[in-house]
Design a protein around this ligand. Structure first.
Ligand SMILES: [Zn+2]
Ligand SMILES: [Zn+2]
Length: 278
């Protein structure tokens, strides 16, 4: 019980800090003016609580155990070599390997209809701001986290270093909030190196350019795998065409509901998942 209370306190402090950074920033530099209490604000706050508590109290240990189990099957010469790397190099490699794992996990959630049913909740947001980052079904969140974190743990990239581990987790988490922020700033050539709100808005687009820009932090991974998009304008709209319940409970149950019969051929990627999304 104490652990739960500490976790709730920790999450409240993080949320206040996030609001202190992003609310003024979105006021100052918003792509368009949006109310703080926009539609789905309360649902997204619910996702923030559920997913954060889930990760903090439940997911962490199994991930570490699974990563450790895979770690043992890799050659010890590789482990010894990685362990000798300087901390900065291990952090950079953690971010890169984590990004490649996340990229493929994320891409699969768009390409496999069963996984899309869970991921569609994230894409159902029609108004996007920093808090949209938390809008994910727990199953979707667990899948993406697992694919992103297991390769890093298996290779032992964070090692025993608390600093490298903390920076890997905190940078990844903060960057997720940043790329969802309602911020119109562009970053020139830097946008090819680091993911920005502009880059991720094209992931959330609801037009024919959807199913691109899967990376969370390093856009060149999308270059590498042929899914990079960077038009010269902002997307016209976001969301999915398929209906999504308005309530948090309804959304959490939605992936388990019977699927409506497709209207067109299953070759049509969009029709498989009940409507287009990004
Ligand atoms: Zn997103
Ligand atoms: Zn997506």
């Amino acid at each position: 019980m104490n652990a739960l209370l500490v976790e709730i306190l920790r999450l409240s402090v993080w949320l206040l800090l996030l609001c202190a950074v992003f609310v003024p920033l979105e006021r100052l530099a918003g792509i368009k003016r949006q109310a703080f209490f926009r539609p789905q604000f309360l649902a997204d706050l619910g996702y923030y609580a559920i997913n954060s508590i889930f990760v903090g109290l439940i997911l962490g240990t199994p991930l570490v155990l699974l990563g450790g189990a895979v770690h043992q099957y890799l050659p010890s010469a590789m482990h010894n070599s990685i362990a000798a790397w300087p901390s900065g190099l291990r952090l950079a490699a953690s971010l890169l390997v984590g990004e490649i794992g996340f990229y493929w996990g994320h891409r699969l959630t768009h390409q496999i209809p069963l996984l899309w049913r869970f991921h569609a909740i994230h894409h159902s947001a029609k108004e996007i701001d920093f808090l949209t980052n938390t809008r994910a079904h727990p199953v979707d969140m667990v899948f993406a986290r697992t694919l992103g974190v297991i390769p890093v743990l298996a290779l032992g990239l964070t090692g025993d270093s608390t600093t490298v581990t903390a920076l890997f987790l905190v940078l990844g988490t903060l960057w997720g909030f940043f790329i969802h922020a309602n911020v119109r700033w562009r970053f020139g050539l830097l946008e090819r190196v680091i993911a920005t709100p502009f880059f991720h808005r094209w992931h959330h687009t609801n037009d024919e350019r959807r199913d691109n820009n899967y990376a969370a932090m390093l856009p060149f991974v999308d270059y590498l795998f042929g899914t990079y998009q960077s038009p010269d304008h902002w997307p016209a709209g976001y969301g999915i065409d398929a209906p999504m319940p308005a309530s948090l409970a309804g959304q959490l149950l939605e992936p388990f509901m019977p699927v409506a019969a497709p209207m067109t051929s299953l070759d049509d990627h969009g029709s498989q998942r009940g409507g287009p999304a990004g």
